[in-house]
Design a protein around this ligand. Sequence first.
Ligand code: SF4
Ligand code: SF4
Length: 766
Amino acid sequence: MSIKKSTIDGNTAAAHVAYAFSEVAAIYPITPSSSMGELADEWSAHGRKNIFGQQVDVIEMQSEGGASGAVHGALSAGSMTTTFTASQGLLLMIPNLHKIAGEMLPAVFHVSARSLAAQALSIFGDHSDVMSVRNTGWALMGAASIQETMDLGIVSHLSTLEARVPFINFFDGFRTSHEIQKVEVIDYKTIKSMLDMKFVENFRKLALNPDKPFMKVGAQNPDVYFQGRETVNKYYEKIPSIVQKYMDLLGEKIGRHYHLFDYVGAPDAEKIIIAMGSGCDTIEETVNFLCKKSKKVGAIKVRLYRPFSVEAFIKSIPSTVKKIAVLDRTKEPGSIGEPLYLDVVVALSEKNIKIIGGRYGLSSKEFTPSMVNAVFDHLDGPGFHNFTVGINDDITNHSIEIKEKIDTEAEDIKRCIFWGLGSDGTVGANKNSIKIIGDNTDMNAQGYFSYDSKKSGGITISHLRFGKSKIQSPYLIKTADFIALHNPAYIGRYDILEGIKHGGIFLLNSEWSNDEVFDHLTRDMQETIIEKKIKFYNINAIKIAKELGLRGRINTVMQAAFFKVSGILKEDEAIKLIKDSIKKSYMSKGESVVKKNWGAVDRTSAALQEIKYPESIDKIQKSFEPKKLIPDNASKFAKNIIEKIMHLKGDEIPVSHMPLDGAVPTGTIKLEKRGVAPMVPHWLSEKCIQCTMCSIVCPHSAIRPKQIEPDKLKNAPSTFKTVKSKTKNDKDLQYKIQVYIEDCTGCMNCVNICPVKALEIRPIEE
Ligand code: SF4
Ligand code: SF4
């Protein structure tokens, strides 16, 4: 057996396993599951073999309904088949899920669990989708981390073949599907050694085959349908023992041991939390922290949710437990409790234990150790049922208060935050950095990238952790050793330095000179830097990138600067590894691109300056005064909701401010003057041939042609350039291309399309 450590995301972990066991993958993309199908497709195209030595036949269908129908058909014909989905995609598969389970066909679907579109769509993660299919007859296996996604994925594939019941292997959308961690990748030889081919043969024997015809999928009437449904009971009863058998086999082979329910915490715990998915890692980290303070607390991580083994569940609970909080990452409006809570109540109906249920983390809402601590506190005293944690419900008062902020992470873990602009290369560079650290050192590494839904042109915040200790923190970084701001336009808009540690490092990309850069920070930032004695570095990455012909792509410069100032690796070693990875990433684009990026790395060290700043806050001379984002006379909706979201403070919005049915007033986008592009187009009127192509390609309608009557220009300032319009008109109109720089994202589409180079990209300050 060979075990290779690799820094990968959860979707890759699931796809690695699905590909191993499958002959057919019928796919249809939906966020955040799409990359599983894409990887399977790519691997197949490159001739990768599954554990049977075959290339997987990957077929993209026209919808999730089609994909699940194709899976059903392929399974009926005896092909080991899989698919990948999430959210409403999984719901579109429901009719086929019932059929596949009803016909006792073994299969595993890998689901990056995501919110359902209810009052609004959300692409982020929770368990609303998988909880909506819990009556379909599929076994449900939940993983808490990337490693578990791989390990339990294998257990699911092995179990389905023996059990003849299909499995959904789910993990949290975005939090696990898109998080990158250093994990042990189990090779296909080891995976194959765990498979008893007898079960594959049995599956094939039951397939539809013209040589031994039989008929299925008939209709049954009231006289027999009910009995037909009850025929499967014995199969479901056996599933827990089958799953545990394969968990044990996996443990023997790779040394990681799982149970249907895994208990962590004090052996004499009095209060425990029960949960599924990535929240379990946060709970475990908090429980370990609290146990070190002699608190009698614990947690149960549910692995196999369906079928629910009451016997195994009861065995996992310490006899000392008096109070339980069950946390569900879903909401069933009108129910007397969420699904996992109800199962726990029934399972423990004969025990004298107080059980309450609560909701957390809908749509990837942050779930932190402080929230876990608040749940344990809530169990003391009356501790009402049907609570929520992580929001402020000021209408029905179901939310619980977080009285204490705790930091449970290991001390040796370095935590770094990078503020970037969607598609500016920051996320790609950070993925690369985390791979460099994970694959070339003995450190553990984790990368998580929080985006807003705008994707390209939206804000991106990368959260990187690394260190010798185990990393079990599936939540955003709250206290950081290092913060980098790649886009100076965010100053004054977002709380960039929030949570920076005393003596931490702040790295800024800006075009300001080193003497003046401090004056361009807000008063809050300046005070934080002085009071916390922050090491403040400035670099003009845009200038370097421009001079090297990298067209504003500052990612390589900022990556090199990060390694230099953070001191994670020795400078020489870091430069060599960055250059190697540049070669790997850009070789397909030509040697000149590789050389330009190497040049960027070489120039970083000299361009990076540590900034001197006043020793005390009373010596601050000048600060940047941010503009108001929302005018004073704006609507209540704009002030209560839009403004908070614009400052990334949406988590603070209470329930009472949210629209009941998701309805929003129209025309609000005009308020969102983001001003996020550090470089914007500048019109060179004398060159323009008035083709208007620039305005057609702009994805944000931020550049527009205008024809203006001359008398309206009488009082225009001299800088307001216009040219004579070439269109046929009898009014002698003037023509202008106007860029609304605060709506522009600096994507360069207009600059690139202009046939006569009449647009030039320039710093927004100009
Ligand atoms: Fe002028 Fe260029 Fe725009 Fe055409 S694409 S209207 S030439 S600026
Ligand atoms: Fe529009 Fe040009 Fe700005 Fe891109 S760079 S958003 S195309 S104005």
